[in-house]
Design a protein around this ligand. Structure first.
Ligand SMILES: NC(=O)c1ccc[n+]([C@@H]2O[C@H](COP(=O)([O-])OP(=O)(O)OC[C@H]3O[C@@H](n4cnc5c(N)ncnc54)[C@H](O)[C@@H]3O)[C@@H](O)[C@H]2O)c1
Ligand SMILES: O=c1ccn([C@@H]2O[C@H](COP(=O)(O)OP(=O)(O)O[C@H]3O[C@H](CO)[C@@H](O)[C@H](O)[C@H]3O)[C@@H](O)[C@H]2O)c(=O)[nH]1
Length: 485
């Protein structure tokens, strides 16, 4: 089937299924929550129930304090919740009532067994599929929203057909990967660059595709709704993330050359961005990419390539991860080296812990690795992030086995309530997330300098500092990733 087949090609009078009226989303996480909240907001006549096995998460979605921070999300949820948007732990009941079911559960990298460290762990997808097979109503459309390896829909179909108690059960499975980025989820969902809907080239598949397309067409530009084959749609998600991550690693590789040659990566990238063939986005050099998706999806693509007997392809993508890990480590090493090759018992302020600005998510945040490195070298780390709680920081650092070598200092790090408090008494401050408050004109750099131990260093891993000379004038020693001095 060719891509871009218009969803208006099908004749809805032939439809065994009517328009979608009741939607269930399995998984109330960073994707399921915002995606289906926006859907409910835009389609007040469709009942949307977001369901999860986590009682804590559902309770938070039903409370005043949502479980995730995302600009604009509160307003959307508050308007639709209780009207046509519901959050429930009744997974079976929500599935049973739905005529379209999004599977939006987590697909982390396997930690043990065959493919450990690379393959996607599909146990949550399988568990959700089994519940659908057991309790869903006849003709319900099943939509893969989670990011999955290519041909996962085939496994889902086999499970559905084998487990369903009905002998004439027919299931249509669609692939509808999500491309939202955290921090801009609501704007991405309201005006997506594209919505992919992959289906089998059968009449049933095409009709299901049309039904889902009709839902998106309520608010998405028609030209952005792209229909294609199931396997292409599944693979497009992995391909898009691999290409984005590759751009970040590519510019970070250039950054390393800049640092050794007195070139400035921000000048180099702005020169490259002007070439329309290269494009302007995702060329921001820094301390490496984080987030729950890039690393996991690249690992998934590497495993897929190996499974398909394509070791050279696997090796190519692996290098993107190698470069990212090296970039983080290089940043930590530079800090130690510039601070006279010892940071033992020195106080260091780490500003920003989230993997990017405008989110409280710490999954695979570069700050975790850098904090661990600093702690291993004996520093006392003072962490400040406007949206990450102390409990999240503890969980993230503990999972990486980060601990202090300064035995007397307990955890070895202190979570601070403000940028100023994190910096007071510190020998260095390290930017790990580009929160706007760090580059705000309100920051009194002279006062921060005075409160710090001398010499006072700034290590900027996120291009937060724009006027290096002004800070140098105050007295700081300033180092920016990708800028040679
Ligand atoms: N986070 C992102 O920005 C993003 C963007 C695009 C795609 N994705 C993909 O979307 C998927 C979900 O990601 P996420 O970040 O929302 O994950 P998440 O961990 O935040 O949420 C997943 C939720 O699914 C629930 N769950 C697991 N098994 C369940 C079951 N059997 N029944 C009911 N609930 C169940 C979990 O309790 C959890 O709350 C992943 O495949 C991810 O790769 C994520
Ligand atoms: O030029 C850049 C752009 C990004 N980053 C870093 O890359 C990481 C990922 O950033 P971003 O892609 O903006 O956030 P995510 O929420 O991880 O979104 C990615 O991963 C999602 C999950 O699959 C996809 O849906 C999105 O399309 C894809 O952008 C962050 O640590 C950024 O700081 C850079 O270092 N330089």
């Amino acid at each position: 089937m060719s891509p871009n087949v218009s969803y208006f090609n099908h004749n809805s009078r032939d439809a065994p299924r009517g328009p979608v009226k009741n939607i269930c989303c399995i998984g109330a996480g960073y994707v399921g929550g915002p995606t289906c909240a926006v859907l409910a907001w835009k389609c007040p006549d469709i009942k949307v129930t977001i369901t999860d096995i986590s009682e804590e998460r559902i309770a938070a979605w039903n409370s005043e304090e949502l479980p995730i921070f995302e600009p604009g999300l509160d307003a959307v949820v508050k308007e639709a919740r209780g009207r046509n948007l519901f959050f429930s732990t009744d997974v079976d009941g929500s599935i049973a009532a739905a005529d379209l079911i999004f599977v939006s559960v987590n697909t982390p990298t396997k930690e043990a067994g065959i493919g450990a460290g690379l393959a996607a762990d599909l146990c949550y997808v399988e568990a959700a599929t089994r519940r659908i097979a057991t309790v869903s109503k006849k003709g319900a459309i099943i939509v893969e929203k989670s990011t999955v390896p290519c041909r996962t829909a085939e496994s889902m179909r086999k499970i559905l057909e084998a487990v369903s108690p009905s002998t004439d059960a027919s299931f249509e499975i669609l692939s509808n990967p999500e491309f939202l980025a955290e921090g801009t989820a609501i704007e991405d969902l309201l005006d997506p660059a594209r919505v992919l809907i992959g289906a089998m080239p059968t009449p049933g598949g095409q009709l299901a595709q049309q039904r889902l397309a009709e839902v998106y067409a309520r608010w998405v530009r028609p030209e952005a709704i792209i229909t294609m084959g199931l396997w292409s749609s599944e693979l497009s998600k992995l391909a898009a993330n691999a290409l984005l991550a590759q751009r970040v690693s590519s510019i970070n590789a250039i950054a390393a050359i800049c640092e050794k040659t007195e070139a400035n990566v921000h000048e180099v990238s702005s020169a490259c961005r002007l070439d329309l063939r290269i494009g302007s986005k995702f060329l921001e050099a820094g301390v490496g990419f984080g987030g729950s998706c890039f690393q996991k999806d690249l690992q998934n693509l590497i495993y897929l390539s190996l499974s398909l007997g394509l070791p050279e392809v696997a090796e190519y993508w692996k290098q993107v991860l190698v470069m990212n890990a090296w970039t983080k480590r290089r940043f930590s090493k530079d800090i130690v080296q510039k601070m006279f090759s010892t940071i033992t018992s020195k106080h260091i302020a780490v500003l920003g812990f989230a993997f990017k600005a405008d989110t409280g998510d710490t999954r695979e945040a570069p700050a975790i690795d850098v904090c661990r490195d600093l702690l291993e070298d004996g520093a006392v780390v003072h962490i400040y992030d406007p949206k990450v709680s102390e409990a999240s920081i503890d969980r993230a650092l503990m999972a990486k086995g980060a601990c202090s070598h300064t035995a007397t200092k307990g955890k070895g790090y202190i979570v601070e309530p403000s940028m100023q408090q994190a910096c007071a008494g510190a020998s260095a401050l390290v930017f790990m997330t580009n929160w706007t408050e760090f580059s705000s004109k309100q920051v009194d750099w002279k006062a921060i300098y005075q409160s710090m131990s001398k010499p006072a260093f700034i290590f900027d891993g996120r291009n937060v500092v724009k006027d290096v000379e002004a800070l140098k004038k105050i007295g700081f020693s300033v180092y920016k990733s990708g800028v040679g001095y």
